[in-house]
Design a protein around this ligand. Structure first.
Ligand code: PMP
Ligand code: GLN
Length: 385
């Protein structure tokens, strides 16, 4: 048995969803919408299921989906992607596993920014990578030149970056992105750029892919996921976009992890990616509305929310909200005693955690949000003397 995996805790998302079910709680923890999905995309999948193939899809993905991903990025992000650069994976999670497996050689230094999405670190360690953690702090969660220069001193092979960022809900600004790109180019470092939240950005912002920055197209491995683009988190259809020198080995790893992804779901995602801008604009507007509802209700209930620029998430600052316990204690009691599940942000740190921030998912019907905040109020009352 590999002791690394034997020691790992169950993912915080699985654990909180399980506790929410056990305690009949409102689940504002794991990130998934409770208000449906685009019916036409699901109808396409149903049609493909009954009328298309149910046998193995091509290892690197259905040609129509690889084409659709390439033209989607050309249209929405103005990047020139060839369909040969696309490999379809079983969710972004498998894309990350394949990329880290293929790109990291034992002893390679790998830079990661904390708070970090839970899958990154165990995969880096299993590949024999030596992690170097860059710590971001609330409320600004900013990336600075000083911190980066210190981190790059050890000649890293790979940097793993997530933007828009889970759990902080930051959309890193162009200056921060340029700093990262500049250091990657200068130190000949490959960038694994997890952009699964690329369409969920607010205030009229447009997603800036890292591969569009000078010198980055040839050294970026971009990860995407249909789960977030179409509110279909259960489908697990993702992809990587990478130049052949990087994408080739990654697809070799993919062939031994999943080999291929269900063809019917791929066909439906290929259809969905051709939707016009109005679909994506309406989706963003709906999520922004839900975020504002949650933020306003939390403020009314005397919580102090942090800014949310993208993703499905909004966090609260416990200390500023007058709650003098750590995030894990708050979340454990909130789900068991007040009937609301949330995610402690310290679980996204491997060392030196920030313990005063709790993440909430706002991708819910207004009634769910209202009930959730009533219960957050009850959770807060558990800690007032
Ligand atoms: N990366 C990030 C930053 C995520 O937030 C998620 C899930 N929300 C994933 C990867 C995994 O995506 P998928 O469900 O497509 O595997
Ligand atoms: N990405 C989702 C979140 O942050 C959860 C994904 C998962 O459950 N593995 O909530």
């Amino acid at each position: 048995m590999n002791p690394l995996f034997a020691r790992l805790p169950t993912s915080i998302f699985a654990r909180m969803s399980m506790l929410a079910a056990e305690h009949d709680a409102i689940n504002l923890g794991q990130g998934f919408p409770d208000f449906g999905w685009p019916d036409d995309v699901v109808a396409k999948a149903a049609e493909a299921l009954t009328q298309g193939s149910n046998q193995y899809a091509p290892m690197r993905g259905l040609p129509e989906l690889r084409q659709a991903v390439a033209s989607h990025y050309r249209q929405h992000q103005s990047i020139d992607v060839h369909h040969d650069w696309v490999t379809v994976t079983s969710g972004a999670t498998e894309a990350l596993a394949a990329a880290i497996t293929a790109l990291v050689t034992p002893g390679d230094e790998v830079l990661l920014l904390q708070p970090l999405y839970d899958a990154y670190l165990p995969l880096v360690l299993r590949a024999g990578g030596v992690p170097r953690l860059i710590r971001l702090e609330p409320p600004s969660w900013r990336i600075t030149a000083d911190v980066l220069d210190e981190a790059f001193a050890g000649a890293p092979r790979l940097l793993i970056f997530n933007n828009p960022h889970n759990p902080t809900a930051r959309v890193f600004d162009e200056g921060e992105q340029r700093l990262l790109a500049d250091r990657c180019v200068r130190h000949d470092c490959v960038l694994l750029t997890d952009e699964v939240w690329e369409h969920v950005v607010f205030e009229g912002a447009r997603h800036r892919p890292m591969s569009a920055l000078p010198g980055m197209a040839g050294r970026s491995v971009k990860v995407g996921s249909a789960g977030k683009i179409f509110s279909l988190t259960g489908w697990k259809v993702g992809w990587i976009v990478a130049p052949p020198e990087l994408g080739g080995p990654i697809s070799k790893a993919h062939q031994y992890l999943a080999y291929a992804t269900p063809p019917n779901l791929q066909a439906a995602v290929a259809y969905g990616l051709t939707k016009d801008e109005s679909y994506f604009a309406a989706m963003r507007a709906d999520f922004a509305k839900a975020r504002d509802v949650l933020s306003a209700r939390l403020t009314e209930a005397d919580f102090v929310p942090l800014t949310s620029e993208g993703t499905y998430f909004l966090s609260i600052d416990l200390t500023a909200s007058g709650i003098a316990v750590d995030d894990v204690t708050f979340c454990e009691r909130a789900v068991r005693e007040a009937g609301v599940a949330a995610i402690p942000v310290s679980s996204f740190y491997a060392e030196d955690p920030v313990t005063s921030v709790v993440r909430l998912c706002f991708a819910k019907e207004p009634e769910t949000l209202a009930l959730g905040v009533d219960r957050m109020r009850a959770a807060k009352a558990l800690f007032s003397s």
